[in-house]
Design a protein around this ligand. Structure first.
Ligand code: ADP
Ligand code: MG
Length: 651
């Protein structure tokens, strides 16, 4: 997620307006399902632990812009206090002096404001109402992803008036949905069900582009069957969408997978006589209310092979036990799968929870409409209004690294360093490293000892000592003053057969030894031509963490270098945009592996052909943090020029 997070704000002592989604079902003055309250707790606790003064605001039900006793937040306050274990001061207003006084006087716990939809200005996103809402506060945090597709005063208006950030739940939602939307691991299987085709046309269209297979269940399959000219009895069919359905089917080809058998009954009721039918012989007079067991098996075969699953809408009328088996079968298959699985939609979530399988999925979105719109790639007003994370250069110090490869004897190395140092002596805004052959590494390390230049090795072995003829270890490198090491350079992978497994062991050992590993990844020409660039590169990045927990180390402890292997020494060039594209994706993957702040700290270098002529453009790319320079680093003067060229962009 590239939006500013509550974790990026200094909240101590601050009065924070938090938009939450407490739109929960209430019966007889009691909250009957508190899932949405639960999901907001991490942000509330986060703020309390850091000494903020939070006040929560939400809508509840459908009051008509005026107070409605049916829709008061009082029952929510009671349940929230039980869950949170701190006092909740519930106010009967959402704006005005009372709010200011409560914030000033209240020393413990939190404030809960009254239903935002008691005010006509809420749904109109009225500027004056937004002013009133914002005025008692210092900061605004939005944790209500479920209403992010609505431009209301509490989701958009106030966000423009106060320093704003995403809450922890909002952040998690965006992170998971970005993984679905931006770089899904394949095969990617989308499962869509529920009542209406019309609700889900947009998502169907985008899933046909994004996913490898689209499994259709629920009532919506009947519109497709009807469009195919099949008998559908009294099943729910949207006659107005038959043309759309035909069009989708012709466009989708094999990707669209429809049920092969169905459960049909006279009525949508428990105990109604039902029978199992093939889709080709649907009996007139009956309604299709669930997918059949053969369909479940068929869907399972897709689900078990998937690496990414997105599911919206139940497979049948799950509210009635007799028609819940399809949804259950699919849910169990998703629960068993190792894939990243994300579910959304009010009814699907209810179905999964009823089965007790919510923890078996990777993530359950709190957004129904919002998650669909977001995955479709539409802009959500409540997300768009939040400011982007500030990307300061200082968060990641650029690094220019010289890789001498198998060149230079000791005398040449000494001359090089002697020439380089005065030329870059005032380079304070970036790091410089020299990766030297073992024979002259000691000399380089000694000469650069009290300078900003880091001396590094081009390789090492992950065992510390023993019967490994020809190798050197991490402690040996440290012993002669090396501070960094290249791991898995493309030449080592290609010429010396270094595997992902060895790269993983070396990376982990370097980190544990306190050597900065520069882990090289990149695809070969043939892989690029076969459209397998990202498969290769993402595989290498993932593999590097085999023995290392990305969530458990600092981002500063590891550096990656992306080398488009096909562009090295071949005359073919990768453009700065190609570099950004690949490196941006790598950063996205690092975020997935180790979280947002980890990914923000990891430096990713570009290892294509860097020259004085293109260094400016390359460094200007937002995710590119420097270069691993081969040929152009062999001469001190030209490497110094590159370092200074990089500095020119940073300033
Ligand atoms: P979600 O809330 O997960 O997005 P929807 O609101 O689109 O899902 O649809 C859920 C509803 O669809 C459920 O109430 C379910 O009973 C109904 N449904 C599913 N299959 C059928 C069917 N074959 N016939 C009629 N209704 C169905
Ligand atoms: Mg629904």
């Amino acid at each position: 997620m590239n939006k500013r997070s509550v974790r990026d704000l200094d909240v101590r002592g601050k009065r924070v307006l938090v938009r939450v989604d407490f739109n929960v079902p209430i019966r007889d003055g009691r909250v009957v399902d508190d899932a949405r309250i639960e999901r907001a707790l991490p942000t509330i606790r986060y703020l309390l632990e850091r000494g903020a003064r939070p006040a929560l605001i939400s809508h509840l039900g459908r009051p008509k812009g005026e107070p409605d006793p049916e829709c008061t937040m009082d029952p929510v306050a009671i349940r929230l206090e039980e869950l949170l274990g701190v006092p909740v001061l519930k106010l009967d207003t959402a704006v005005g002096r009372e709010v200011e006084e409560a914030l000033a006087a209240f020393s413990e716990g939190i404030v809960l404001l009254e239903n935002s939809r008691f005010y006509p200005g809420e749904m109109k996103n009225d500027p004056e109402f937004s002013e009133q809402l914002a005025s008692p506060f210092d900061l605004y945090v939005d944790d209500a992803f479920g209403v992010a597709h609505r431009a209301h005063a509490t989701t958009v208006g106030v966000a423009k008036l106060l320093p704003a950030a995403a809450g922890l739940l909002m952040e998690e939602e965006l992170d998971y949905l970005d993984r679905i939307r931006l770089h899904p691991e394949r095969p990617f299987v989308a499962i869509l069900g529920g009542a209406k085709v019309s609700d889900k046309l947009g998502i169907m269209q985008s899933m046909l582009e994004l996913a490898d297979a689209l499994l259709i269940g629920g009532a919506m399959c009947f519109t497709f069957f009807k469009a195919k000219g099949l008998e559908t009895g009294n099943s729910l069919v949207e006659e107005d969408y038959l043309e759309e359905a035909k069009h989708l089917m012709s466009e989708a080809g094999e990707k669209l997978v429809l049920p092969v058998d169905l459960v049909a009954a006279e009525m949508m009721e428990e105990g109604a006589p039902s029978k199992l039918v093939g889709v080709e012989e649907f009996p007139p007079g009956l309604m299709g209310l669930d997918i059949g067991p053969e369909t479940v098996e068929e869907f399972k075969s897709y689900i078990s092979r998937a690496k990414t699953i997105f599911w919206n809408g139940p497979m049948g009328v799950f509210e009635v036990d007799a028609f819940a088996k399809g949804t259950e079968g699919v849910a169990r298959a998703v629960a068993e799968s190792e894939a990243l699985s994300v579910g959304g939609g009010g009814d699907l979530v209810a179905a999964v929870r009823k089965l007790g399988l919510e923890d078996e999925m990777s993530f359950i979105s709190t957004g129904g409409g919002a998650s669909l719109e977001y995955v479709e790639g539409r802009e959500l007003p409540g997300v768009a209004v939040l400011p982007d994370k500030e990307r300061s250069w200082m968060a990641r110090r650029p690094l220019m690294a010289a890789n001498w490869k198998m060149n230079k004897v000791v005398r040449e190395a000494e001359v090089y360093v002697t020439h380089l140092l005065p030329r870059i002596s005032d380079a304070e805004e970036l790091d410089v490293a020299i990766f030297a052959p073992f024979t002259c590494l000691h000399a380089v390390a000694r000469m650069t000892q009290d300078t900003p230049v880091l001396a590094g090795a081009q390789d090492f072995y992950y065992e510390d000592s023993g019967a490994y003829t020809g190798e050197v270890s991490a402690p040996m490198l440290k012993d002669i003053g090396a501070g960094a090491v290249i791991v898995g350079h493309s030449e080592r992978r290609e010429i010396f057969g270094e595997t992902d497994e060895m790269v993983a062991r070396k990376t982990a050992r370097a980190v544990s030894a306190g050597l900065l590993p520069v882990v090289c990844v990149g695809e070969k020409g043939a892989e690029r031509d076969a459209g397998r660039m990202w498969e290769r590169v993402s595989g290498q990045v993932r593999a590097a963490f085999e023995y290392l927990d990305a969530g458990g180390i600092r981002g500063g402890a590891i550096v990656f270098a992306y080398e488009p292997v096909w562009a090295i020494g071949t005359g073919e060039v990768a453009s700065p945009e190609d570099a950004q594209d690949a490196i941006g994706k790598i950063r996205g993957l690092l975020e997935e592996l180790g979280g947002g702040s980890f990914a923000e700290e990891v430096r990713i270098l570009y290892g294509g052909s860097i020259k004085v002529g293109n260094i400016g453009e390359i460094m200007a790319q937002k995710d590119v943090d420097g270069g691993l320079v081969g040929g152009a680093s062999l001469e001190a003067g030209s490497f110094a020029e590159l370092v200074n060229g990089a500095r020119a962009v940073i300033e």
